[in-house]
Ligand binder design. Structure first.
Ligand code: ADP
Ligand code: MG
Length: 188
């Protein structure tokens, strides 16, 4: 079995706004192996989010090949891509993106709505994910009742609850103080 998690060849992505076209990825070649923690660094506007969105199947490339977790994403239509994404990828965003009216537990349970697991098991998995990030005692809190660091840990629990092959985090500590940022990085 291949140990390659991400393989990009000649990847291209161009944004068009009115008359303006912006070539963000211009023939990118990249390989990342499974079982690794990789940090992608570059100045603001250099295309990090663009690349993560392609790797996570949130957007399509214009050209090139992108194989992630053994799947060539260029071959998937948007329905298959959504299915693949739900089974394969967990996302953590800079702004946490928790749903304010749901409790921590309900937020973590959300990605499992797409799974065939019965309700009691979905709850069990969500609680286990919250335990893994050290927040089982905050299960009934809403996002507003949590600190930024705790919110991001809930978001990590939500990202891992489906046991994804790949965890993508886009500036996950960008909105956090130093101590919370260190805690989140330790956790990841
Ligand atoms: P980074 O995450 O490294 O800061 P991005 O991938 O967000 O960079 O953006 C790369 C470039 O593409 C930036 O110049 C940005 O303004 C532009 N861009 C990003 N998304 C869009 C979009 N949907 N439409 C047009 N331009 C975009
Ligand atoms: Mg970005």
């Amino acid at each position: 079995m291949s140990n390659v998690m991400i393989a990009a060849r000649g990847l291209e992505k161009t944004y068009t706004r009115g008359e303006e076209t912006l070539r963000v990825l211009d023939g990118l070649d990249l390989q990342m192996d499974a079982g690794r923690f990789n940090a992608l660094m570059g100045p603001s506007g250099s295309g990090k989010t663009t690349l993560l969105n392609l790797v996570g199947g949130l957007d399509h490339a214009d050209a090139g090949s992108l194989e992630v977790a053994g799947e060539e994403l260029a071959h998937l239509d948007s329905g298959s891509l959504a299915h693949w994404r739900a089974q394969t990828v967990g996302f953590v965003f800079q702004g946490f993106n928790l749903i304010p009216v749901l409790t921590a537990l309900e937020n973590v349970e959300l990605p499992l709505q797409l799974s065939p697991l019965p309700r009691s098991q979905r709850r069990e998995h969500a609680l286990h994910a919250l335990e893994l990030v050290g927040l089982a005692d905050r299960a009934r809190h809403r996002p507003k009742q949590l600190s930024g660091g705790q919110e991001q840990r809930v978001a990590i629990a939500r990202a891992i609850v489906t046991d994804p092959k790949l965890l993508l985090a886009d500036e996950p500590t960008g909105d956090l103080d130093r101590a919370s940022a260190d805690a989140v990085l330790d956790l990841l």
